[in-house]
Write a protein that binds this ligand. Structure first.
Ligand code: PLP
Length: 356
């Protein structure tokens, strides 16, 4: 085998490593913010039936506009949205990539406020879009004034606000979204990957009359559907038309569409554990503080715990005891997904032993 460095790879990719959290076979996996409850059996059976009915048609390309699925997303999101104001792709990472392909690219810039989702700079790089990350304010919060001021100064082609923010859990109010939108002329993306866990209003309420606003969502987190790879968005029809230019033909397979259609028919059951996950998140925040650590406010399904003298040591000790969490590189912190009650108990118990 030849060495990657010996290949005529793009100069800007030279020396880079593939992105991704470790995938380890550990009993308690609290490292990538999945819904650890899994899929209810009745729903699983319906998904299988829907998949089975597609298999005999797999000699044909899928519906490349997947209008039926888009109609279901529109109905699920409400707010008077139509099918043509929604779009879907293989995970919201692909949604974001298509947005960058259509509205970023050479000569254009993207801006976000960090620490935030580490895929943003990656997607920017892949799509040859300049990327700038400005610091968040105290406790990782964002105020309308600060965001508007920075967007007016930097005038990016694309601004992304992650709400609630990964990896900190920090929410923003729609007031921040309104101010951000009015402050510049570019595309404003609100990444609502964790919106189902948040008590704050979704920016979907603000879509009417704001054609440069895109709300990105995913079935990977609250919906317990990470393995199916389904992300979606709500935006003006013209935005969707732009994405239809850059998407690869038939990007959403017939099997993915079928699985998503069946899962969406059972949205209430798929989302049934969200309340329990929020209970475990809040329990984790309270208990972590009792251990002499601190935890940031979170409206997501994870908590950024702080106050570790050596987070890597704690990460390794937890791993040795069968619990995997995430060290996202923010000094003295670990990010921990809220799982089932039993998983959360295991995490808190082991953490107490390690720190005790
Ligand atoms: C997990 C996550 C995503 C979603 O990724 P998928 O590609 O939909 O699995 C998007 N944005 C943020 C901030 C996330 O944490």
């Amino acid at each position: 085998m030849t060495n990657l460095d010996d290949l005529p790879i793009r100069d800007d990719l030279r020396g880079l490593k593939p992105y991704g959290a470790p995938q380890l076979d550990v009993p308690v996996q609290l490292n990538v913010n999945e819904n650890t409850f899994g899929i209810p059996e009745a729903v699983a059976l319906d998904i299988i039936q829907e998949l089975a009915s597609e298999v005999l048609r797999l000699n044909r390309y899928p519906d490349r506009e997947f209008i039926e699925l888009r109609g279901q997303f529109a109905a699920f999101l409400g707010n008077g949205l139509s099918a043509r104001q929604t779009w879907a792709a293989n995970g919201s990472n692909e949604i974001l990539t298509q947005i960058f392909q259509a509205f970023g690219g050479p000569g254009n810039s993207a801006l976000s406020f960090g620490p935030t989702y580490s895929m943003y700079p990656n997607i920017a790089r892949i799509t040859l879009t300049d990327y700038r990350e400005l610091p968040r304010e105290a406790d990782f919060e964002l105020s309308a004034n600060y965001v508007a001021e920075q967007l007016a100064i930097h005038k990016p082609a694309i601004a992304i606000l992650c709400n609630p923010n990964n990896p900190t859990g920090t929410p923003i109010d729609n007031e921040v979204v309104r101010a951000a939108y009015d402050a510049f002329d570019g595309i404003l993306v609100i990444d609502e990957a964790y919106a189902e866990f948040s008590s704050k209003a979704s920016a979907i309420e603000l879509l009417a009359g704001r054609p440069r606003l895109i709300i990105s969502r995913t079935m990977s987190k609250a919906f317990a559907f990470a393995g199916a790879r389904v992300g979606y968005l709500a935006a003006d029809e013209a935005v969707v038309d732009a994405l239809r230019i850059v998407r690869l033909p038939y990007h959403l397979s017939a099997l993915t569409q079928a699985a998503a259609r069946a899962a969406l028919r059972h949205a209430p059951e798929m989302l049934a554990n969200v309340e329990q996950i929020k209970v475990q998140r809040d329990r984790m925040i309270a208990q972590i503080k009792l251990l002499g650590l601190s935890a940031y406010e979170s409206e997501a399904n994870f908590v950024l715990a702080a106050g570790f003298e050596n987070p890597n040591e704690v990460f390794e000790a937890l791993l040795a005891r069968g619990v995997i969490v995430r060290n996202v590189g923010i000094p003295n912190t670990l990010r921990i997904t809220a799982g089932t009650e039993a998983e959360t108990s295991k995490l808190l118990g082991e953490l107490a032993l390690i720190l005790g």
